[in-house]
Unconditional design. Structure first.
Length: 416
């Protein structure tokens, strides 16, 4: 063989080695996920279901047992002659992923197991106007606290839920109106600080993944999500996949213009949904009205201390200004839900966030407005469920960690 031929043969051998390794990874993921979804499967059943040889299944299961990802069920002594098949069970506690929810007001982090089970959460407040460097340092501190609580945990990496537009998979915060950030390479900067793999996703998309896997949208294929908290965000899952859009900005409904020429939004535009319906927007509108001399019980609250909780209390007590602001928020959110339904034709719309959680009958009011605005021509429109998040504030943490877990379960073997 000449030199070029030898080089060619070498490349072929290398390619065979790589494809052999990929094949092994794919088979391993196939077997692990089968055991994860169907408890109590025997090796023989796995071989039948996957079409892999019993020897290959045996080798893969031995590796999964050695890595503690799978347990054998206790054999029941029956007195029968011969080998009885032993059932296998997935062990969700074998690995953990960090889930980190970064909000304008606070950072929350917890470990999440492979089954979506969340451990105790720790929080740190974010000082007003914090820049990326401070937020990254606080996040790294919080992660050290969470890890110190769980010595011996095998941590796969960290998933981060971040407000605003985020590029995937690069994890660059392209534009976060509420933090005032542009083009911050958050993933790279946090990886440097943590020495761990990091994945970063928009916060509402992270929460949507968690609701889709474990919460309110479980069992659906196409669902829309609206989060109403400090800001307003949206997400859509289409045919079982998160739809991010070309620039990571799909379903950013908080910045849909709803009143041209309306109040200035943090994004630089005027009259966005967020300036009327978010916690920060409603407080800003209340302060404007108070400054303009509107009669309200809220005059008794020092301006600097006025927050959404006080606004909600005043609305519950029948204060005219607070009621008016809450009703406008409900109307515009109803319009947003109707537009989501008409744009994406989902099976379900899930509403989450601190404003929805605090808002008494807000969900019912939003639904009433949605019914007024939604297109009635399609037979399906009447049957779109508008529902509250099941996982609540935990959804962002579980969903962020879920990004890391999904990668691990797709290829549970570190590339050699
Ligand atoms: Zn805006």
């Amino acid at each position: 063989m000449d030199e070029a031929g030898a080089r060619g043969a070498g490349r072929h051998a290398q390619a065979r080695k790589v494809s052999g390794r990929l094949m092994h990874q794919a088979n391993r993921a196939l077997v692990l996920n089968l055991i994860r979804r169907h408890p109590s499967l025997s090796r023989a059943r796995i071989a039948r279901e996957t079409g892999l040889s019993p020897a290959t299944v045996g080798t893969i299961v031995d590796h999964l047992l050695a890595e503690n990802l799978v347990h054998e069920e206790t054999k029941v002594a029956t007195g029968a002659v011969g080998r009885r098949p032993v059932g296998l069970r997935f062990n969700p506690q074998a690995r953990q992923a960090l889930g980190i929810d970064i909000d304008v007001l606070e950072i929350t982090a917890a470990l999440v197991d492979l089954g979506g089970g969340m451990g105790p959460a720790r929080r740190l407040p974010v000082p007003p106007g914090a820049g990326p460097a401070l937020v990254l340092d606080l996040t790294a501190d919080l992660v050290r606290q969470v890890l110190a609580q769980a010595p011996g945990a095998l941590v796969l990496g960290a998933g981060v839920a971040l407000p605003g537009m985020v590029s995937w998979p690069e994890g660059v915060s392209l534009f976060s109106p509420n933090f005032g950030w542009r083009d911050v390479p958050f993933k790279a900067l946090l990886q440097e600080r943590l020495g761990l793999g990091v994945l970063v996703e928009n916060e509402v998309r992270a929460a949507a993944l968690a609701e889709f896997r474990y919460g309110a949208a479980r069992g659906t294929r196409t669902a829309a999500f609206i989060d109403v908290g400090y800001g307003v965000g949206g997400a859509v899952i289409v045919d079982g996949s998160l739809y991010r859009g070309v620039h990571g900005a799909a379903a950013e409904i908080g910045h849909n213009t709803i009143e041209p020429g309306g109040p200035l939004c943090a994004c630089g535009k005027q009259g966005c949904l967020e300036v009327f319906a978010s916690a920060s927007g409603m407080v800003a509108r209340a302060l404007e009205a108070l400054d303009a001399g509107r009669a309200s019980s809220l005059h008794s609250v020092p301006r600097a201390a006025l927050d959404f909780d006080q606004l909600a209390l005043a609305a519950a007590a029948g204060d005219c200004l607070a009621v008016e602001l809450a009703e406008r928020a409900a109307a515009y959110l109803g319009l947003a839900v109707a537009n989501m339904i008409d744009n994406w034709d989902p099976e379900m719309v899930v509403l989450s966030g601190s404003v929805i959680r605090a808002g008494g009958r807000l969900l019912e009011e939003i639904e009433a407005f949605e019914q007024r605005f939604v297109l009635r021509s399609g037979a399906a429109n009447g049957s779109v469920a508008v529902t509250r998040s099941l996982l609540g504030a935990e959804a962002k943490i579980v969903g962020a960690a879920g990004l890391v877990i999904a990668e691990f379960l797709a290829a549970p073997l570190a590339p050699a």
